[in-house]
Design a protein. Structure first.
Lengths: 128, 78, 128, 78
């Protein structure tokens, strides 16, 4: 199963260990973490809302569609919703691929399209 | 039909769901109904995308009894 | 010190923990690992040679030059030389950046230029 | 001058270093000396870059007594 998508209110583990595959020369990982400021003001957390079944399916479908262009061997996506404290990850993407180009291409394209297509929202900030 | 509101759409409408009394509707009919009931949605309308049963709708699609319809303001995940 | 470059015969730790910085919303990591085949034949390891002082300095300078275009907050590069067994990393890059675009841009550009400018060579394969 | 050979250049020359008897040389003089001593380097010459004291040389640069000079075949790190 080359695509693993999880949408969860639980904290994203860091590190989030990927298997070692001898066919893969590239391991790329990305954590999108909550910054300590929003619009110049210090914050304590962001709150994310998700339209859960649709967001889950859109992420799976987006990953499947990008794999046609960027043939990676394993793609793991975890998106958190609910309260995400500063410094913690709202999203994790882990990729195993034969070569770095498809891993980097997938990573960048997935994030770009997630941010226009997948029904997940930052709905508010919480103070420190 | 069961309409779900998310993010700014939920804030503007002041609710997270709504069941319109429409047996069958096209997009325009749906919006007329929505704006009559929730005029606060008017300024958001140009930015809201509509999903039907978890898929973004295509031009000319019809909404039927039993559909789950979602108002999707600009997303901001990641 | 935003640039940390290490050239070492020792195994690259995995995971290789980066600090958490509240100003950074992007954590990107890449491991370039040795694949189990080379030219269709199974192998047990690759052997890397480095012109050590020049390779170290070229990597530091390349990182500094790319930070002008891709302003990341912390860049950590570890390149291994000597025998690198299959499945282990020959290179690790870890990046903390305010936003994902500079992290992805740095990562991709650093690898492209490393592979043309930095005096490190795969000099042979070892059998299983 | 102290010349270092790496990777395919070391394989072809059959050695990892060489101290030519040249007090001062330009790039052409250096190559003439190298190819006289190590004719096996001839086919590699178009792909080899030269570094002087850890920097890739620029056109017209001169090599002097005490310089560390490296023959750098196409790199393949990462």
């Amino acid at each position: 199963m080359p695509i693993e998508v999880t949408l969860t209110p639980a904290a994203i583990p860091r590190p989030c260990p990927l298997p070692v595959l001898e066919t893969c020369g590239a391991v790329a990982e990305f954590y999108g973490t909550v910054r300590g400021e929003e619009a110049g003001e210090p914050i304590g957390a962001l709150v994310y809302e998700a339209y859960e079944p649709m967001a889950q399916r859109q992420m799976e479908r987006l990953a499947a569609s990008l794999l046609e262009e960027y043939p990676c061997t394993l793609v793991r996506v975890i998106h958190r919703f609910g309260i995400v404290p500063v410094g913690e990850a709202a999203i994790y993407i882990g990729i195993l691929a034969p070569h770095r180009r498809e891993a980097f291409g997938f990573l960048s394209a997935f994030m770009d399209r997630l941010k226009t297509e997948v029904p997940i929202w930052k709905i508010k900030t919480l103070p420190r | 039909m069961h309409i779900l509101f998310f993010a700014q759409a939920a804030d503007a409408a002041g609710t997270r769901e709504y069941r319109p009394d429409l047996p069958l509707a096209d997009l325009e009919t749906l919006w007329v109904d929505l704006l009559t009931r929730f005029p606060e949605l008017e300024p958001l309308r140009p930015t809201i995308r509509i999903a039907r049963n978890g898929e973004y709708v295509r031009e000319g699609e019809l909404f039927r009894h039993g559909d789950e319809i979602a108002l999707i303001p600009p997303v901001s995940g990641g």
